[in-house]
Design a protein around this ligand. Structure first.
Ligand code: GLN
Length: 278
């Protein structure tokens, strides 16, 4: 599969011979050779030396074994920013940009926002980056994930702009209230076949599934929302393609008002939320 990857082949030759998707090939060439996007184009006739060919062979081999490209190059773009990612965190998805857009829309000026299960920090950091007026707090139960989020906050935010705490859901913010709450919790049902396919095989299981019916995180988040929301504050959560109605139902039963769902670019109800009335 990689016989073509020998010393002497040019970068353009690699792009033509690679069995991977063109975007993956380019990302691996840039990462393996330390090139920018522009350099990759301007150096296309440059030939690989022996050590470069060896480095690239290892990277291409990992991708051919199914490892997600984001974990190999250790970064993924989300909402216009580059996020450091490791196998300790979920790879940020384009679908989740909808949650960021809604958070930006619903968070009042100079207010506070809480992100539960922040992972790489993609949601909290994207919001804070766009809205320096907000006070943002992000929680995760995983110390390894928090280390990744910390690194991303250092890259993209001013010191102190994001408060990061280790927490089992609301535990570390007992007694505190926020104007807006957001979360992209684990929502895949136990045993769902997607968990054993594609990129998901390499992602942290605890970020993907609740090991139950897919709704247990929403129960925890929604049932205590009234303790952590300011009056008229919104809670907004991403969920699976078939969970909008169940999440709206939980929101309404918890006494929150204006429960509604928003569609992603594929037309799928992807985020649901509601407001605390008083
Ligand atoms: N959107 C992810 C997927 O379906 C799941 C993320 C999550 O569980 N929060 O692959």
């Amino acid at each position: 599969m990689l016989d073509w990857l020998q010393p002497g082949i040019t970068l353009a030759g690699c792009e033509n011979a690679s069995p991977l998707e063109r975007i993956d090939t380019r990302l691996l060439l840039m990462h393996g050779l330390g090139l920018t996007r522009i350099q990759l184009i301007t150096c296309s006739e440059q030939a690989l030396d022996a050590s470069q060919a060896q480095v690239l062979r290892e990277l291409f081999q990992r991708r051919l074994h199914g490892e997600p490209i984001a974990y190999i190059v250790q970064e993924r773009e989300f909402f216009g920013l580059n996020f450091h990612v490791t196998p300790d965190v979920l790879i940020p998805r384009p679908d989740t940009e909808l949650l960021v857009e809604l958070a930006l829309k619903y968070a009042p000026p100079d207010s506070s926002l809480l992100d539960l299960g922040t992972g790489s920090g993609a949601i909290a950091i994207s919001v804070a980056h766009q809205r320096p007026d907000l006070t943002v707090c992000a929680l995760d139960i995983s110390p390894a994930a928090l280390a990744v989020a910390q690194e991303n906050a250092r890259q993209h935010l001013r010191p102190g702009q994001l408060e990061l705490l280790q927490s089992d859901w609301y535990q570390a913010v007992a007694g505190r209230k926020f104007n807006t709450i957001v979360s992209n919790p684990p929502y895949i049902v136990k045993g769902d076949h997607h968990l054993s396919e594609g990129d998901l095989r390499f992602e942290p299981l605890s970020a993907l599934t609740d090991h139950g019916d897919g709704l247990s995180a929403y129960r925890s988040l929604i049932n205590q929302a009234h303790l952590h929301l300011q009056s008229r504050g919104w809670i907004l959560m991403e969920h699976g393609y078939d969970q909008a109605e169940a999440v709206r139902d939980l929101l309404t039963r918890a006494g929150l008002v204006k429960a509604q769902s928003w569609r992603d670019l594929a037309g799928i109800e992807r985020v649901s939320g509601a407001q605390l009335q008083k």
